[in-house]
Design a protein around this ligand. Structure first.
Ligand code: FAD
Length: 478
């Protein structure tokens, strides 16, 4: 009788290295089936469109990497637990391995699956791979998770270095041949219109692409990161977020690579500290998600439940399309549409604009980001939206309202970022590029700008919008 195969269930860990479940399964020496299940009912909601594009690319690459090591990826669609139990029975597998997703739902699914497998005499192993610290390790005195970032991050750092990343298995023993779904049949990628055209130029999903991004960042851009990271007009950050989101790279790998770079080049120390603390924000958001599974729906501060949000479909649409008349906002929203990503500083500006200038519920913005970001993350996206809105844990106070003109002038001083994405304004001089409505008719016509025709007038007046937002906030508090 051939030896019973084992199954490795891949989820948000689409890589071969530092994959504890894969390492454990390979060490068993048994023939291995690598499985991915597309299950729209797992997680708080189905993946958004841009994430589906990324997933498709990433699965293709994972299959390629597995094949190079002697295996392949089996694809199935449906309820994760049913699919795994059925497959286990049909191939006579003896053991199923997976890395835990440390959310309330992820833990519950792990327990249910372990039980269902035990009922048919199959072993299950759940390992840790996605976080620097498990939520259970960072608890306050009352037993709940921490809601303030600085003490949270201190506690994570006090745990010391995380476990060293594991190498990728050199060779896999291929399990029985089984029929796999075809990735094309899942229709994860857009065809007509193919709005993901710009994504291809920008991204290389998969483990190899993730590594080269990390290397490029540490070699060329880490120096000066702490200050330049706020400048959308510069290539100054790592662009690792979608790779981390899909687990093509683990936070432990990033941690060790960054620490190694700082040890080799001591002048990088403070930049690397800052960079790792950003990784800490990812961790913080994931821990919040673990405690608040409905963080994308529920205000973490319930006082915001009474906030008088406006229903304004026209303004929401203008924001989504990058047609607000505020160049830095429009540049960000167009960058998002074209590339599936937006610079962090600009995310804060556009989010603040939606919530405070337009008084539109943060959940509408969060949903749009969920659909259009390639790094749309169930923890980081809602947690950051709530941070900007003022309703979150450790949030920016609601009364801190970004001025989109001053933010543009400060972080994009020559207007290069705006010029890249808002071509209509390309020829405006630097001193007008963030406030075209202040230009004289002569200046506008010299730049080929006709306000209200080829570029919108501002959809709200900054000063009035600010006062309106503060008044709404005061009413809620009262
Ligand atoms: P770097 O500056 O190189 O940072 C390194 C890594 O740290 C990032 O890849 C990311 O994993 C993590 N990180 C950095 N900043 C944050 C942060 N504020 N919160 C959580 N993690 C962070 N990030 C997501 O990964 N997914 C999201 O869905 C997401 N939605 C956001 C929504 C809003 C309204 C805002 C203001 C921020 C959001 N962020 C989100 C955080 C941040 O904008 C991105 O992580 C960052 O822009 C990614 O670029 P980078 O990889 O070059 O970052």
């Amino acid at each position: 009788m051939p030896p019973a195969p084992v199954i490795v269930w891949f989820r948000e860990d689409l890589r071969l290295s530092d994959h504890p479940a894969l390492t454990a399964a390979t060490s068993s020496g048994m023939p291995l089936v690598a499985l991915y299940v597309l299950d729209d009912n797992v997680g708080p909601r189905p993946l958004g469109s841009a994430s589906r594009w990324w997933l498709s690319q990433s699965l293709r690459n994972l299959d390629g990497d597995l094949r190079k090591a002697g295996g392949s990826l089996t694809l199935r669609r449906g309820d994760s637990q049913n699919v795994i139990v059925d497959l286990t029975k049909s191939i006579g597998a003896s053991h199923v391995y997976w890395n835990r997703i440390d959310t309330k739902e992820g833990r519950a699914l792990g327990q249910r699956l372990t039980k269902a497998l035990a009922a048919i005499g199959v072993a299950a192993s759940e390992t840790h791979g996605d976080l620097l610290a498990a939520p259970a390790q960072i608890r306050g005195s009352s037993g709940s998770g921490l809601r303030v970032f600085t003490p949270f991050w201190r506690r994570v750092q006090n745990l010391g270095d995380p476990q060293k990343p594991l190498p990728a298995p050199k060779r896999l023993t291929k399990g029985p041949s089984i029929i796999s779904d075809s990735l094309d049949d899942w229709c994860l990628e857009p065809t007509r219109p193919n709005w993901a055209e710009g994504f291809r130029q920008m991204w290389r999903p998969g483990e190899a692409g993730a590594y080269s991004r990390l290397k490029e960042f540490l070699d060329d851009r880490a120096a000066g990161y702490a200050t330049a990271r706020d400048r959308p007009d510069r290539l100054a950050t790592s662009h690792l977020s979608p790779h981390l989101r899909f687990g093509e790279l683990s936070p432990r790998q990033v941690w060790y690579a960054a620490r190694f770079a700082a040890a080799k080049t001591p002048s990088l120390a403070s930049d690397i500290e800052k960079f790792l603390s950003e990784l800490g924000w990812r961790e913080f958001c994931r821990h919040l998600l673990s405690d608040y599974p409905d963080i994308h729906r529920r205000n973490l501060q319930s006082s915001f439940d009474a906030f008088p949000w406006k229903k304004d479909a026209k303004a929401l649409r203008a924001w989504q399309r990058g047609q607000t008349g505020y160049p830095i906002v429009d540049a960000g929203m167009r960058e998002l549409w074209r590339t599936g990503i937006m610079h962090n500083r600009v995310r804060m500006i556009v989010a603040s604009f939606l919530v405070k200038h337009l008084l539109i519920d943060w959940r509408a913005g969060e949903e749009w980001f969920w659909d259009t970001l390639v790094d749309a993350d169930p923890g980081s996206n809602p947690a950051n939206w709530q941070w900007v809105a003022g309703s979150g844990a450790d949030a920016a106070p609601y009364f801190r309202i970004f001025n989109p003109i001053l933010q543009g002038e400060k972080f994009d001083p020559n207007g290069d970022y705006v010029r890249q994405w808002v071509l209509e304004l390309e020829r405006l001089p630097n001193n007008l590029i963030h406030k075209p409505w202040t230009a004289s008719p002569l200046e506008l016509s010299a730049a080929g700008v006709v306000l209200g025709t080829n570029y919108p007038e501002p959809i709200v007046d900054h000063k009035k919008a600010r006062e309106r937002a503060l008044a709404s906030y005061a009413r809620t508090r009262a």
